[in-house]
Design a protein around this ligand. Structure first.
Ligand code: GDP
Length: 205
């Protein structure tokens, strides 16, 4: 289904607007500018589906995407649903916005059996930052399985990527809900995209 076009189905600003529980959901989280939109677009082979560069202050929504052609009674439910979470860590974000993000995301993480895994994106140039640690703590607390995805690995040299992979795994190995492996990607060069697709496919129905 990665060969098919995908479509945006709904933006969820509050939990009462969530679609009913159903097919497995996979969510993408990361700091603003981590390369989340670019990664989703690379993954789905589509430009402009996920909007690149979150406008700070924009309504914070969970954005739901499904392969095209599902949703009618005849077609049935999609095998998988991708959820683009609002970016976090924008330096100038007012406290209310940070609190709103945490409330929306934590409630979603904790109360959503359909959600199978969160891919937590980390910019290869920066590594894990303090607010990424906070989000990992949130995920651990919600007992929600998450896997680190390094982004923009084309921006650093291969030995530096190797070092970062080892260092990142070392930093996450004591975290209860963290996945024991990570995926290094470049949306620009295509590295790691097939591996990420494989990880997603393994969770589809
Ligand atoms: P978002 O805010 O997390 O959705 O981030 P975007 O996808 O908008 O990307 C932020 C910036 O990083 C943009 O200027 C992208 O062109 C750039 N970018 C994203 N992915 C890559 C990548 O894999 N390699 C390189 N070199 N730049 C990237």
């Amino acid at each position: 289904f990665f060969a098919k076009p995908w479509v945006f189905v709904r933006g969820v600003p509050a939990l009462k607007f969530l679609p009913p529980e159903g097919p497995p959901e996979i969510a993408f989280a990361g700091r603003s500018n981590v390369g989340k939109s670019s990664l989703i677009n690379a993954l789905l082979g589509q430009k402009g589906l996920a909007r690149t560069s979150n406008t700070p202050g924009r309504t914070q929504e969970l954005n739901f995407f499904v392969p095209d052609g599902y949703g009618t009674v005849e077609a049935g439910l999609p095998p998988i649903v991708l959820v683009d979470m609002p970016g976090y860590g924008y330096a100038k974000a007012p406290k209310e916005q940070v609190d709103a993000w945490t409330a929306l995301v934590f409630d979603y993480l904790r109360g959503r059996p359909s959600l199978k895994r969160v891919f937590l994106l980390i910019d290869a140039r920066h590594g894990i930052k303090a607010n990424d640690e906070e989000v990992m703590s949130l995920l651990d607390k919600a007992a929600m399985s998450y896997q680190i995805v390094l982004t923009k690995t084309d921006k650093i040299k291969p030995p530096a990527v190797e070092r970062l992979v080892a260092e990142t795994l070392e930093r996450t190995k004591k975290r209860p809900a963290a996945f024991p492996s990570l995926i290094a990607t470049s949306s620009e060069k295509g590295g790691g995209i097939d591996e990420l697709r494989g990880a997603i496919l393994s969770l589809a129905e």
